[in-house]
Every structure is written in C-alpha cells, then in structure tokens.
Design a protein around this ligand. Structure first.
Ligand SMILES: Cc1cc2nc3c(=O)[nH]c(=O)nc-3n(C[C@H](O)[C@H](O)[C@H](O)COP(=O)(O)OP(=O)(O)OC[C@H]3O[C@@H](n4cnc5c(N)ncnc54)[C@H](O)[C@@H]3O)c2cc1C
Length: 499
C-alpha cells in the first residue's frame, strides 16, 4: 500500500538522519557504530590507535594470543551474551574454573569471599571467615545482623556503608582486595550506587547488609558471575570489527581526533583538522549524528571545543594500571594452588601487585593451548586509587624491573618459588585511560553531562567513564543511548538545512 499524501507529508516533517560519526573505537564505539549501521545509517568510526577494541585488546606472549586488557564479562545481565549471540559467537562462551579466587592478607593467603558481592560476605557463618577477620572483626561484622536497616543507608561510598554495618576489618580484608583488583580503587573512593546498583535497596528490603549481599549474589545465574570467550575477550572486539566491515562502516584507525565542529553544509558534525599556519579547517570525517565514545578526558576536551561549559565536567583522572603477564614452565602450578588467582589486601606489605590471575588455571582454553607444565599468570599493578591518592611507585618501573617484581610477587602469591630459568616469556601492558573512577558524586556528574550533551544537536556520549567500568555496563548503556538518540532524531522536526 502506498502512503496517502497526508501520511507522506507528515513523514517528511521529521528528520531522517542518514549518516553518523563515531569518535573512539573501544567496545562502546564499536557497539554504537554497529547499532547505527543496523539502523541503516552510513557510519564513520574514527580511532586514534592502530587497532580497535580499546581496553579489549590482545598481545602475543610465548606464541600465544592472550587478552591484554579485559578478560571476562559479568553475567548479571544478558547484554554481553546477547551481543555475542548476534555476532554468532555463543559457541565460544566459556565459564571459568569454579575453584574461585583467594585473598592475600598480611598474615597469608586464604580462599576468597564467594557468598556475597564486592567482597561483602553474604554468609557470616562460612568456614574460615573468623580466621580472616579475627575475633573482634567477626563480632563487629555480626553486628550487621542486629542493627536497624537504616544504619549506613545514607553512606555515599562502599567503604562508608560496609564500615558502618560490618566494621573496618571487613572493609580492609574482604572488600578492599576486591575493589582494588577490579576497579583499582579503595572502597572509600567508590560510589555505592555506581559499583553495586541495587545494594542499598536490597539492604532496606532484607534488613542487613549480609542478606543484601547474599540476595544480589543469588541473582547471578547458576552461581557464576563471569564468563569469557574461548580465545579471550579480544575475540569479541575482532568480531565486532569484522561485522562492521561487512556492514560497510568506514573504519579509520591511527587518527587522533583533535577537534570537532558543527558541519555548516548539513546540520551535523565533522572531525576537523586545523592548518597550523592559517587556522583554516579541513573536514576529515562527517556525520549527521555524533556518538562520542572516546575516554572521559578526551571526550571532555573535544566537547569543550564545541561548548566551553563542558570543561567544568572533566572526570576525575582514570586510575592507571600496568599488567605483567608471565609465561612460566612450572609443573607445580598444575594443581592451581591458589584457584583462579589472588586478590591482595592493601595491608599485605610483602606483595606490591594488587591482583594476580592464574589464567591457565582459570580458563580451559588457555590451558589447552599450552604444553604440559607451562602456565600463564597475570599480575596487575597500580594502587593510585588508594585513599592517600598517591601514584603507585611500581608504575614508574621499567618493563624489565616490573617483570622481576612480578616474578617475586607471583612466587609469594602462589606459594611456589618461580626461578628466573622458569620464565619462558613476559610482556608488560600499561593502561592509562581505560578505567572509570566512580567516586561519590559520579552519578550526578554523569546525569549533568548527559543533560548537557542532549542540548547539543544530534549527539550522545558513551563509554565506561559514564556507564561504569566493565563490558556489561558499557554494552548496555551504549545500546540504550544510541537507541534513544535514533528515537529523538526520528521525532525531531526537519530544519531547512536538513531536508
Ligand atoms: C586492564 C583492564 C582489565 C579489564 N578487565 C575487565 C574484565 O575482565 N571484564 C570487564 O567487564 N571489564 C574489564 N575492564 C574494563 C573494560 O575493559 C572497559 O570498561 C571497557 O572496555 C571500556 O570500553 P570503552 O569503549 O568505554 O573505552 P575504551 O576501551 O577506553 O575505548 C575508548 C577508545 O577511544 C579512543 N580514543 C580516545 N581519544 C580519542 C581521540 N581523540 N580520537 C580517536 N579515538 C580516541 C581510545 O584509543 C580507545 O580505543 C578492564 C579494563 C582494563 C584497563
């Protein structure tokens, strides 16, 4: 049926964007570009590095392709699993070894907390907890069960909330190792609602933080809260790039966007290059819609060039992280003496790493790719997010020095001495902008920034610095923001310069 002339006229009153520009090719930018292409737009994606993927990358160590950044995704929502399905990768989804991780305290290593969330115990009677917390720490933790639900409910940070309900020992011995390992930040620096959505509400409903942590834990499928892909999460980034290629997205790598501007030819956007001598601008890429998917500080710098008010919304600096990956020949590690890895408590002074993953114990695909007796361990450094906010001295070490330190730390954490002759290969990867810092007030700043971006014509900003660290948060938020942008555009009246 052909549209009546009325229907036709009404259709022509609305904007029909035909092109989009995406700046930043991490997972947020790749997912945004894909959804825009699926909606029928011509998309240009511009990335400053030589390859796409951002914090989801790969590196080669001892002839093995391993993840250089993210190595798993949270399964508390279906967002990543759905994307994986759309890309035809469901057959590669793999669960980690269920042995779980350990925690390294000032007095040695112990099995880690698995009954709750964020290291907050969901079962105060579990075996070994009294040894970890000590007699007083245990007594103090159990006060949580007696205190009224309102205690701590107004806390802004995770540290404040847990300290108010369960005491300092739970904060320092259980929660800090977890948050330093995952977010590179101490619990006192983390906004509760950003890193543990639903926890405050569950506390009110369940009456104690213990029961709240247990209820959030139970909400994750089959008791398992992360998964990965055989071959690593870098497979996801590669598959997204392949998918974008088949959809005809224009992919630009190695171009650091330094300036954005409104496009005078159409009511859209362009990446511009200024001539140093004349100041004249040349358009490098254009799009009617703009998705800003660069990291927080780059995004604010670029948006401030369009509207100076954005400069006030500069996010707190991202925690810096260095990862030392070691491949060692040490058959004693076949027994996985510390399960899938170890999180390190801040008061354990004889280890400088904040976390260690025993990758060949955690993921079967890594194990299968190695000869007998060979193992992969990955240690992460960077406690710049601790309360004193000092930059970690380990980050100033050269790669060689960091590998030497990592061999020593891994020996302590694994309880197996690694000798220099055991080292087959090693690599150090440094991440400067890839983690968000969800400090108190973060959510308010995100809301404000999004309101301000919504005032710009046809633009959204996405990425971990807004959605929160982690692929689950980034994928969900990006898809929602892009869908809303498309809806807004479809509902906005066409202007004269935009037929
Ligand atoms: C070491 C590490 C381990 C992690 N492990 C996990 C994990 O196991 N599970 C998990 O869920 N999450 C993990 N994360 C977090 C997760 O990887 C990130 O939250 C997510 O990948 C962020 O994606 P993004 O697209 O928002 O940002 P990014 O990946 O930072 O992408 C931003 C992109 O924008 C580009 N860019 C910046 N400025 C410009 C410019 N001016 N012009 C053009 N391009 C620009 C950058 O080069 C980059 O590629 C980890 C992060 C790190 C650093």
């Amino acid at each position: 049926m052909t549209p009546s002339s009325d229907e036709h006229q009404s259709a022509t009153k609305y904007r029909r964007a035909r092109s989009a520009l995406v700046v930043g090719g991490g997972v947020a930018g790749l997912v945004a570009a894909r959804d825009l292409a699926i909606a029928g737009l011509r998309v240009t994606l511009v990335e400053s590095r030589p390859q796409f993927g951002g914090a989801v990358g790969s590196h080669m160590v001892a002839d093995l392709v391993l993840d250089s950044g993210a190595e798993s995704f949270a399964t508390r929502t279906d967002d990543v699993a759905d994307l994986i399905k759309e890309l035809g990768l469901t057959g590669r989804v793999c669960a980690p070894n269920q042995a779980g991780s350990w925690v390294y305290l000032a007095d040695g290593a112990r099995p880690g907390e698995r009954s709750g969330v964020l290291g907050i115990p969901g079962d105060l009677d579990r075996e070994g907890l009294r040894e970890t917390l000590g007699k007083y720490g245990m007594w103090r933790a159990k006060l949580d069960l007696k205190r009224p639900a309102r205690v701590g409910v107004k806390a802004k940070t995770v540290g404040e909330l847990v300290r108010a309900r369960m005491g300092a020992a739970v904060v320092e011995k259980l929660v800090a190792p977890f948050t330093l390992g995952v977010h590179s930040l101490h619990p006192d620096e983390l906004d509760v609602d950003t890193v543990a959505p639903g926890l405050r509400k569950a506390l009110q409903e369940c009456g104690s933080l213990t029961a709240a942590a247990a209820s959030l834990r139970q909400a994750t499928p089959a008791g398992q809260n992360v998964a990965s892909l055989s071959g690593g999460m870098n497979v996801l980034a590669e598959a997204l790039v392949r998918d974008l290629t088949t959809r005809g997205v224009k992919l630009v790598t190695g171009y650091d966007v330094l300036a954005l501007d409104r496009d005078p030819r159409r009511s859209g956007w362009m990446v511009v290059q200024r001539q140093p001598d004349t100041g004249d601008k040349t358009a490098i890429a254009r799009g009617e819609l703009l998705v800003m998917a660069a990291d927080g500080s780059s995004a604010i710098r670029l948006l401030s060039g369009v509207d100076r008010d954005f400069a006030q919304l500069q996010p707190d600096p991202s925690p810096k992280v260095a990862l030392a990956t070691l491949v060692v020949d040490r058959p004693e590690l076949d027994a996985a003496p510390r399960g899938t890895g170890v999180l390190v408590a801040p008061d354990a002074k004889d280890v400088r790493a904040k976390a260690m993953t025993h990758a060949s114990a955690k993921w079967q695909w890594v194990r299968d790719a190695l000869p007998a007796g060979r193992h992969v361990v990955r240690l992460s450094y960077g406690r710049g997010g601790e309360k004193d906010n000092q930059v970690s001295p380990e980050l100033a070490l050269t790669d060689e020095q960091l590998v030497t330190l990592a061999m020593r730390d891994a020996s302590t954490l694994l309880g197996v001495r690694l000798r220099p002759q055991d080292l087959v290969d090693a690599d150090v990867v440094r991440w400067e902008q890839a983690l968000s810092r969800p400090s108190p007030g973060h959510r308010d700043r995100v809301v404000r920034l999004r309101e301000d971006v919504a005032k710009l014509p046809a633009a959204v900003a996405v990425g971990a610095w807004l959605a929160g660290t982690g692929l689950a948060a980034v994928v969900k938020d990006t898809r929602r923001e892009v869908a809303e942008l498309l809806e807004r555009e479809a509902a906005s009246p066409a202007t004269d310069d935009h037929p």
